[in-house]
Design a protein around this ligand. Structure first.
Ligand code: HDE
Length: 689
């Protein structure tokens, strides 16, 4: 706590209307430094009379409060940020002269903001949605912002369509709902008329749109960028973030229930993980290729609706990012951070991707309207941490007090008291003269090479496990069932047949509709070999960083509790103690165990698995409480690991369990470890029961 915020102790005398007034800290002042005598009462004409206009203390306080809010981001309004560092682990000077990729072990500070896209600032954390993945690297060569998403493709190919896309997904214009949801008419109307969106929509209907934690998702730069080395040689590149925590998603039913139980689920998870020292970490990877290779592919690398399969160009790890500090002040940092895809440093450059090109205009423009001044770069979270000099001056909220006479260049005012000011330098950013084909005429057209909209969604679908495919089918059925316009549903079924006929059939069946005739594709799709990297379930699960909800009762076996706590801490797992009452319980060794949560406030959807450590009489009594019933039933229905002491048996009858390897009796440390080891997985066979 800062000095300024420390509570003070000596209240002023009773009976003055200021009974709660505290004195004794640093003097409380107005914004202009005048010490305030009374922070409780307005200045009035007599004790019961009208308030006076001259009360500058009151007016300043209310005036500032009235203007506390700034416009939220048009998209990505809801987000969570954290500070950390990027460390270069595998320098690549042969490909880029970018300052941060030159030396093994070299670190630069970063600020990372992870967000949902469609919802407004106060919306829930767990809707079905794309997640933003924006990183600001404060390098010695200036700020580099890699402003990506947790999906490697985008809905549209050309920036011209962005406002239409966003209008379609946001709450419908006449009614103002639904909030943070794609399951409505206008979204699917637009999508079904935009075949180029099909690939992204497959990602959106997949488990990728329901991350279990922001720490457990991949990130992608999405566009193709250009790298340039010190010799002026260029390559093309795609950026990837690979989470050390592994990738995991929630089930749909779980996501829905989490949003009721804790609409700040992801924000809190990030906060708690960092406080607990489980620092979220990602590896930064690059797919590097050249234009010659790109020309031979059945897709255009400038088309943001396409991936480059990792099997074709492996992701080469160049560094790691660790987020080790939650902001001190959410507004000053997470809200005011302004990412700009135009923030780029020597060694990295833009490609001609028409979506990226449009973004190069949009972000600078949006920051002026959000932060209110062209001087937003002076806000500490946005300011570069390297020296910065130019002749830009003045403007609203200018905080630099410049000295000197010349605010132009060239100038010749040099003398001891009057430096000439900064000059362009050889190390300055130069646009790379790379070799992409550019037409000679000014055209408003879409390149022919962007015309295949279905090969890659097919690749995505066919690369998933059977379970993941079923989730995609269920998501389409859910969303299109929320659509009220039948012609929109039918048009979507028409498009889906170009992706995979079985997928289209299953969705039609789920909707109870006959499959309409297919909609002709602009270009006939081809079938590519499946890519395992596109599936989540084909990856190895990672236990560290998971959470366990432990329900305990009075008299519960202390040894089991301690053993499980031990096993969890060794595996990097966070435990929350849950009891009937937040005051906690007394274990059978006489020790008092305070609870983190009351059971109704900590449903099992918030955890990766649960442990039930109860005495039999307590289990019988608790089994009658609906919050306890939901705790156990949901954990079972969401295919989670359930560890239980022998006394907890009466609760198991709530589950219809026929016994499976995710139902674990706890009576030794080894069984505690077995439970912990299951936390990053689900018991899929249970779902077919
Ligand atoms: Fe953004 N996008 N975007 N976007 N975007 C914004 O900028 C925009 C696109 C992304 O945590 C806005 O500061 C246009 C792709 C992230 O603060 C706005 C187009 C990708 C964030 C804007 C795109 C993104 C934004 C809203 C099409 C993934 C949040 C407020 C040409 C590669 C950054 C703001 C943060 C935010 C415009 C497409 C990612 C309005 C015009 C593609 C992660 O300027």
């Amino acid at each position: 706590m800062s000095e300024q915020n420390k509570p003070t102790t000596s209240p002023i005398p009773q009976g003055t209307g200021g009974e709660t007034q505290q004195r004794g800290g640093k003097p409380l002042t107005t914004n202009h430094g005048v010490a305030i005598f009374d922070n409780q009462n307005s200045l009035t004409m007599g004790a019961r009379g009208p308030t006076l206009l001259e009360d500058f203390v009151l007016r300043e306080k209310i005036f500032h409060f009235d203007h506390e809010r700034i416009p939220e981001r048009i998209v990505h309004a809801r987000g969570t940020g954290a500070h950390g560092y990027f460390e270069c682990t595998h320098p690549i000077p042969e490909f880029t002269k970018a300052a941060l990729l030159q030396k093994k072990g070299a670190r630069v500070p970063v600020f990372c903001r992870l967000s949902t896209v469609a919802g407004s600032k106060g919306s829930k954390d767990t809707p079905r949605d794309v997640r933003g993945f924006a990183v600001k690297f404060y390098t010695e060569a200036g700020n580099w912002d890699l402003v990506g998403n947790n999906m490697p493709v985008f809905f549209i190919q050309d920036a011209m369509k962005f406002p239409d896309l966003v209008h379609a997904v946001k709450p419908e214009a006449d009614r103002g709902f639904p909030q943070a949801a794609s399951a409505h008419d206008t979204f699917w109307d637009f999508i079904s008329l935009m075949p180029e969106s099909t690939h992204m929509v497959l990602w959106l209907m997949s488990d990728r749109a329901l991350p279990r934690s922001l720490r457990m998702m991949e990130g992608f730069g999405v566009h193709t960028f250009v790298l340039e080395n010190a010799q002026g040689e260029t390559k093309l590149v795609k950026f990837h973030w690979k989470p050390t925590q592994g990738i995991q998603s929630t089930l749909w039913d779980e996501a829905v229930k989490i949003s009721g139980a804790d609409s700040d689920y992801h924000r809190r998870d990030m906060f708690e993980a960092i406080q607990a020292g489980h620092y979220p970490e990602w590896q930064l990877g690059v797919q590097i290729f050249d234009e010659e290779w790109a020309r031979q592919q059945p897709y255009d690398v400038l088309d943001a609706t396409k991936i480059i399969p990792e099997e074709d160009v492996p992701v080469q790890i160049v560094g790691r990012m660790v987020l080790d500090k939650y902001p001190d002040n959410f507004f000053a940092e997470t809200e005011q951070v302004a990412f700009l895809p135009t923030n780029i440093i020597p060694g990295i450059d833009f490609s001609n991707d028409p979506l990226l090109q449009g973004r190069l205009f949009s972000y600078l423009d949006t920051q002026k309207s959000r932060l209110g001044t062209t001087n937003f770069h002076q806000i500490p979270i946005n300011a570069p941490k390297c020296p910065m000099h130019n002749f830009q001056r003045d403007g609203m909220m200018q905080t630099h007090q410049f000295t000197g006479r010349a605010t132009y260049e060239p100038n010749s005012l040099a003398n001891v008291n009057e430096p000439t000011g900064p000059r362009a330098s050889e190390q300055g950013f130069q646009t790379v003269a790379h070799q992409e084909e550019v037409g000679t005429a000014k055209l408003r057209v879409r390149a022919e090479t962007f015309a295949d909209h279905f090969t890659q969604p097919r690749l995505f679908y066919q690369s998933q496990t059977v379970i993941e495919q079923t989730h995609i089918v269920e998501a389409f059925v859910f969303e299109l069932s929320k659509v009220q316009l039948n012609h929109v549903r039918l048009r979507m079924l028409g498009q889906l047949q170009n992706v995979d006929i079985e997928l289209a059939r299953r969705v039609a069946e789920g909707l109870g509709l006959d499959l309409p005739p297919p909609i002709a594709a602009a270009k006939e799709p081809i079938t590519m070999p499946p890519s395992d990297a596109l599936s989540i379930l084909k990856r190895a699960p990672v236990v560290a960083g998971r959470s366990l909800g432990m329900l305990v009762s009075n008299g519960a076996e202390a040894k089991l509790v301690y053993e499980l706590q031990d096993a969890a801490s060794q595996a990097g797992v966070m435990i929350k103690i849950i009891a009937e009452k937040v005051g906690g319980v007394t274990l059978n060794d006489g020790q008092h165990l305070p609870a983190d949560e009351k059971v109704a406030g900590a449903p099992s959807v918030l955890f990766d698995g649960i442990a039930l450590i109860l005495t039999e009489p307590e289990a019988k009594r608790l089994a009658k409480q609906s919050a306890v019933q939901d705790f156990v039933r949901d954990a079972f229905a969401h295919l989670k690991a359930i560890g239980y002491s022998s006394g907890a048996q009466p609760l198991l009858s709530l589950t219809q369990s026929r016994g499976d390897e995710f139902m674990i009796t706890l009576n030794s440390k080894a069984q505690g470890i077995a439970l912990i080891n299951k936390l990053a997985s689900r018991c899929w066979p249970r779902s077919s029961d």
